[in-house]
Design a protein around this ligand. Sequence first.
Ligand SMILES: Cc1cc2nc3c(=O)[nH]c(=O)nc-3n(C[C@H](O)[C@H](O)[C@H](O)COP(=O)(O)O)c2cc1C
Length: 362
Amino acid sequence: MLFTSFANGSLALKNRIVMAPMTRCRCDHATAVPNDAMIEYYRQRATAGLVISEGVPVSDRARGYIATPALWNDAQAAGWKKLTDTLHAAGGAIFAQLWHCGRLSHSKLHADGSAPAGVSKKAATAKTFIFDNGRPTQVDCEAPVPLSTSEIKGVVAEFAHAARLAKQAGFDGVEIHGANGYLLDQFRCPHLNNRTDAYGGALENRYRLLLEVVDAVAAEIDPARICVRQSPYGAANDMQPDPEPLKTYPYIARELDRRGIGFLHIYDQSCTWIHDGAHPLMAALRDAYGGALIACGGFQRDEGERILARGQADLVAIGKPFIANPDLVARLQQRAALNAWDAATFFAGGDKGYLDYPTLAA
Ligand SMILES: Cc1cc2nc3c(=O)[nH]c(=O)nc-3n(C[C@H](O)[C@H](O)[C@H](O)COP(=O)(O)O)c2cc1C
């Protein structure tokens, strides 16, 4: 089934293999405009049924890493347009992953030197890269400043603006990054969210920001072309797993369903429970949500076929194997050997480990 086509609303995908969103830190930091190397990297991977772009900051303060391509101005949208045109000409489809890093950031990444934005004052024990005298240097994330209620409205507006630019840039849709301990996930997290306003306390309040973002983005883009990413049980980026996952994630799935949101992307950071057909979460999400479910975390061909056959997902997202195998779809189809990925070049900049992984034909 992995190699069969899939249709969702007006979107037709040639297979059910999704290239997972992966930050690669390859663009110019000052402008955050996609460049020719990025265009070539994505073109090489156009045989995925759907590509989800690397995280795309929706504003300067949303940035948490160096050299991440963004979507807050027309020059950035024009850069992405060249990329989406090239990918479409190669037969691909691509969503932009709209991203706000929140507390996983540093003031040196922001043009105005502003401190990271947070749900609360709680700092992350995590690292990021900044430029120190022009050289990428790993540093601790800085303590965030909690967003005021009115600043939260500004963040919602930034996501809506980025969605408008994504449309202008020719993206087929967008993924709202609600996973992995970034800003929208920070609001969900009861260990971090100690707010006493309408965005803290009960589950509905902790998901209020994400749903306001969803509604604002859906005013710009067909809801059937919107995806939301979640990472149940996730602990990456100094998070604590949700204490009530079987209540939390079906809740957000029902809310997305009610809004006709086309895709819900579930990432198992541990690459374990999502492969266990008896685990209750994917079944509960299937009951709660009528759109397309994307499963991610440690999938290759056999694992992918199994979750599709169980009916617990419609599409399978694959990350690291796509970095190392531009022709991953053909390799999986032919059961060919895969190139190994080189983690040292994931965020290293330059073409090595980016554009030079060989195809089968090569
Ligand atoms: C280099 C790298 C960068 C990543 N960047 C992002 C990102 O920008 N946004 C995101 O949601 N996930 C990101 N991830 C997580 C991947 O989307 C994916 O969930 C993860 O690699 C697990 O899939 P895999 O087991 O197939 O690699 C990244 C992963 C890697 C390896």
